[in-house]
Design a protein around this ligand. Structure first.
Ligand code: MN
Length: 564
């Protein structure tokens, strides 16, 4: 991969962006006292390391110029062209997204970040930006540290992970972990420190044995090393294993890198022949890659000194992809026409689409020309979805063409049923308004309001449709009773607590008013009981008088009626 310095030397665009950004940020300081320019420079260095093109490197250098200096976006466009300006603008927009801790919709927020990015290169700059911010997080005030760390843990690390950038994702999580869970982090570090060392020594002992057996059988070992499991990933695993470190066999795993897929399986056979595998712990991510594209074989074996240890086997290509993920392809694109390129394309052909994020990995297709490759970077898979926001910043995922009524039903059935108007981006809109991604939707509700039959003509989700239909079936309990349907009974509905003799008291009151009881059914609802009593039709006046009396009975919390 070319270093930043090499790109700087050969690209006039990058040199110009370097000078421009350095001058624009002149005199600005980061919270830790260093010159501000160190920050965009660090981001640009990551981007260069990931093998992205000159324009993306330039945009990384310029990514904070529009937000933090007096230079507007159109100046960036004039100086550096449309593409660079587009990337800078994307990063600025994504930078405005805040994670407010609404965990139930965090997946939608991740989608929203990608939607705003519009282009994979934008999200990559954002990841480089965030990574450097995490490295200098110590200099911020605690409240800010926690917010940024949480956002990183919940939004950016998962996005990096799903783009296959496992190394970056793991580094981000480990940087965020101590700010979010300081106590747990302290405990973890103390608990595993000695064990890490001990297992590392064990892995050292293993390596020459492995090397000998595999190479003796004619398989070349490109690299053999071991890696300590990252703190955050270890902590998550411990939560599933009763916090018992002894049960974690991959605290330090040994990694064997061999030239081809055939070699991987052959090496696995040799290892199992020497050390028996722990049943059920052989994971073949080559035959069945993880949804983020991760490939490797993992096995836990019963090694020397009667100890369990994990061994991971993979090819150099798999290794590079596991580290760089989606970025591996950018670098790769630049090797077009070479043998390595052809080989790589062949291994990309068998990938399956497993999740929404995998659509991002469409770059694995065989691109016949660079233009097509650039097109594939555009994040277009949200075309048939709308990501609309509540005023609190919660993101709702709706089908395209969705209306404020669909939004309301997505928030809550009652919000839908009581929806009487909507504001989109602060302006009143009709209820059949077609929402767009990024719209901020505020629903106006009115108590006792009921859905309108007209809504069925424009709602887009089945959930809305079925809620509207079932709400329409229920007759109104407010205002005058319209006897359009042929009712033949009055049903009294009581919500009550629990008390011996309650039903008897209720029926005494009803029969005392000279009303026959046709049927009673009760239904337990948590702490409360719902009692429904069917009587012949009673006039509204008489029923209301009766309700007043019923409400006076001890343990009757609520009383209403309807015609059935
Ligand atoms: Mn920045």
């Amino acid at each position: 991969m070319p270093s930043f310095h090499e790109i700087y030397k050969k690209s006039e665009l990058v040199r110009k962006a370097y000078d421009f950004a350095k001058k624009a940020h002149q005199g600005q300081k980061r919270k830790n006292g260093e010159p501000f320019f160190n920050h965009p420079l660090a981001a640009a260095e990551s981007i260069a390391q990931w093998g992205l093109d000159d324009q993306t490197v330039a945009a990384a250098l310029l990514h904070d110029v529009v937000e933090d200096t007096p230079h507007p976006l159109d100046e960036i466009e004039r100086e550096f062209g449309k593409d660079v300006a587009f990337l800078v603008d994307g990063v600025t927009k994504v930078g405005k997204v805040r994670y407010r801790g609404v965990e139930s919709r965090v997946e939608n927020l991740r989608k929203f970040v990608l939607y705003l990015s519009k282009d994979i290169r934008v999200i990559l700059i954002k990841l480089a930006d965030r990574m450097h911010n995490m490295m200098t997080l110590y200099s911020l005030i605690p409240a800010k540290q926690k917010r940024i760390a949480l956002e990183t843990m919940e939004i950016y690390a998962p996005i990096a992970y799903r783009l296959g950038m496992q190394k970056l994702s793991g580094e981000m999580e480990d940087l965020a972990f101590p700010y979010i869970y300081p106590q747990e982090h302290k405990w973890l570090v103390q608990t595993v420190k000695d064990r890490y060392e001990e297992r590392e020594k064990y892995a050292e002992k293993l390596r020459p044995i492995l090397k000998e057996v595999i190479e003796k059988n004619g398989i070349k070992i490109i690299r053999i090393d071991s890696r300590a499991k990252r703190h955050t990933s270890l902590y998550k695993k411990l939560l599933r294993y009763d916090m018992d470190v002894e049960r974690i066999h991959d605290l330090v795993a040994t990694r064997v890198i061999v030239p081809t897929i055939e070699d991987c399986y052959a090496a696995l056979g040799l290892i199992h022949n020497m050390w028996p595998p722990l049943p059920g712990r052989i994971k073949d991510y080559i035959a069945l890659p993880k949804p983020n594209g991760y490939k490797s074989i993992h096995t836990t074996v019963f090694g020397p000194d009667n100890r369990y240890t994990e061994i991971q086997i993979r090819t150099p290509q798999m290794h590079e992809e596991a580290e760089l993920g989606i970025a591996a392809h950018f670098a790769y694109q630049q090797t077009k026409g070479t043998k390595a390129y052809a080989e790589r394309q062949a291994t990309f052909a068998d990938k399956k689409e497993l999740s929404w994020i995998n659509q991002l990995r469409n770059w694995q297709k065989d691109f016949t020309d660079p233009e097509e490759f650039m097109k594939a970077l555009k994040i277009e898979f949200f075309r048939d979805r709308i990501l609309a926001l509540s005023p609190k910043g919660e993101v709702f995922d709706l089908p395209s063409g969705a209306t404020p009524v669909d939004f309301a039903y997505n928030v809550h059935t009652e919000v839908g049923n009581q929806c009487s108007g909507a504001l989109v981006n602060g302006k009143i809109v009709p209820l059949d308004y077609e929402l767009k991604s990024g719209d901020i939707v505020e629903i106006i509700t009115q108590k006792n309001k009921r859905p309108s039959e007209d809504w069925l003509k424009f709602v887009k989700t089945n959930v809305s449709r079925s809620h509207i239909k079932s709400a329409l079936k229920k007759p109104s309990t407010t205002g005058g009773i319209t006897l359009i349907q042929p009712y033949n009974k009055t049903e009294l509905k009581l919500t009550t607590g629990d008390r011996l003799g309650l039903i008897k008291d209720i029926s005494t009151v009803i029969t005392g008013a000279h009303i026959n009881i046709l049927g009673i059914n009760t239904q337990r609802n948590g702490e409360f009981t719902l009692i429904k009593i069917q009587c012949p039709i009673i006039t509204k006046e008489k029923t209301e008088k009766l309700l007043v009396k019923l409400k006076k009975i001890k343990e009757v919390k609520e009383a209403s009626f309807q015609l059935v």
